[in-house]
Design a binder for this molecule. Structure first.
Ligand code: ADP
Ligand code: MG
Length: 403
């Protein structure tokens, strides 16, 4: 594709590189550096092409001055320095004439990382509202814009969407890899293709479910999504997490009605209770009481799902089978991941918490592909529309920079 980085003439150019360094940081320590590592291919390519590189990324959400202390990118710059074994210049500046001068002084193969782009969100939400002046300013820092922030492609912010309007733009290697893997999954899966939908937020995932039910051979439900399905079928789910939105419930009813032979629902559960924190009980799904909270799947469900998993050639997983963060309710998710990792199927995990669950429970190396995108992955699989990607692919007339 002509908008891929390898098809652009980037040699000796000044590059504005947007990455996704929205990594978990505690007390200045980076808890998971996978997103940083995933950006290295593109950075190394640009270094080899003798580029001057200005790196942009967001981190967290900035709604106050205190957030700015919490979400500085400085620890990320230090970590990147170690990973690349090269100097990374870091500036607290994101918008000033001095910054332009600093960028103009960059030498080939030098990297300057700016502070968190979302610092422009307080007090005025300039980044998140795609402020045109801000996008133009950041565009003015480079000859070419390279977007490799796959995790932000569903956003229309100044630093990832806005810039692409003003200078020639292309996509980096991480975005190419992600899109290639997800396209293969959606358009050409080896069959049987089994989709597993669990986790919490059914309201955000209904489009994804509606899209995937058309493409897959079987869809197995777990977690809060399964609760909502059971509720939609008039089971008593007690105090369990479920959607309260009638429209979502109706859409789920329709999906279940039209795809009876494709859908798997839990037969049993591990429940907690709304009035006793230490209460943990095994129950079949037809025996849930008013005060019960379904927090994990049980062994009968695992047995049932095993039959689908064993025969699958492609498995896509989003969400967990239960509240896996609490050890009492982690078994279903753990056993399920174990079952999946023992098949020869192509296994793909999408979703922010799902990816963390796979890593935290020790299955990272057992899956074929863990998508780094969270919301972007789900949006792409649901609607195939990623605005910041479209901004690059469709960009044929570049507006002139007028600062
Ligand atoms: P992703 O971020 O990968 O799209 P979600 O955020 O939807 O996934 O799902 C993961 C979260 O769902 C986990 O934090 C987990 O605790 C929660 N979860 C799963 N099952 C239940 C349940 N039965 N009740 C409450 N929370 C649940
Ligand atoms: Mg989540």
């Amino acid at each position: 594709m002509k908008k891929n980085i390898q098809n652009m003439d980037v040699k000796n150019k000044r590059i504005v590189l947007r990455v996704d360094y929205n990594v978990p940081i505690q007390n200045g320590q980076i808890m998971d550096d996978s997103k940083i590592k995933e950006s290295l291919d593109t950075i190394q390519y640009l270094l080899a092409e003798n580029c001057k590189i200005v790196i942009l990324s967001h981190l967290g959400k900035i709604k106050s001055e205190e957030d700015k202390l919490k979400y500085t990118l400085e620890p990320v710059a230090n970590h990147l320095k170690k990973l690349l074994n090269t100097e990374i210049y870091f500036t607290k500046d994101i918008l000033s004439p001095d910054l332009v001068n600093r960028v103009l002084q960059l030498q080939p193969k030098e990297i300057l990382m700016l502070e968190n782009t979302r610092f422009a969100d307080y007090p005025d939400r300039l980044e998140s509202s795609n402020d045109a002046q801000l996008a133009m300013f950041w565009a003015s820092l480079g000859d070419i814009f390279v977007n490799d922030a796959f995790g932000s492609l569903h956003r229309t912010h100044a630093s990832n969407y806005g810039i692409a309007k003003y200078i020639p733009s292309c996509i980096g290697f991480l975005i190419q890899k992600e899109i290639f893997s997800l396209d293969k999954l959606i358009f050409n899966p080896k069959r049987p293709f089994v989709v597993v939908m669990g986790g919490a937020k059914v309201d955000d995932k209904i489009e994804l479910i509606e899209n995937l039910i058309e493409k897959c051979d079987f869809l197995l439900f777990g977690g809060g999504i399964a609760n909502t399905c059971l509720k939609a079928l008039y089971f008593n789910i007690g105090q369990s997490l479920a959607s309260q939105n009638d429209n979502i419930i109706k859409r789920l009813q329709k999906i279940m009605l039209h795809n009876k032979d494709k859908i798997g629902l839990p037969l049993d559960a591990i429940v907690g209770s709304s009035y006793d924190e230490s209460y943990v009980k095994y129950k079949t799904i037809d025996k849930i009481d008013e005060n019960d909270i379904i927090l994990d799947i049980g062994t009968k469900t695992l047995e049932k799902y095993k039959k689908y998993i064993e025969n699958a050639k492609t498995i896509f997983i989003n969400g967990t089978m239960g509240l896996y963060e609490n050890i009492k309710f982690a078994n279903g998710t753990k056993e399920f991941f174990d079952m999946i990792s023992n098949t020869s199927a192509v296994t793909i995990v999408g979703g922010g918490d799902s990816a963390s669950a796979v890593k935290n429970l020790g299955f990272a190396s057992k899956f074929t592909y863990i998508s780094s995108g969270g919301g972007a992955t789900l949006k792409y699989l649901g609607t195939r529309n990623l605005p910041a990607l479209e901004a690059i692919l469709e960009e044929d007339s570049i507006e002139t920079l007028d600062l």
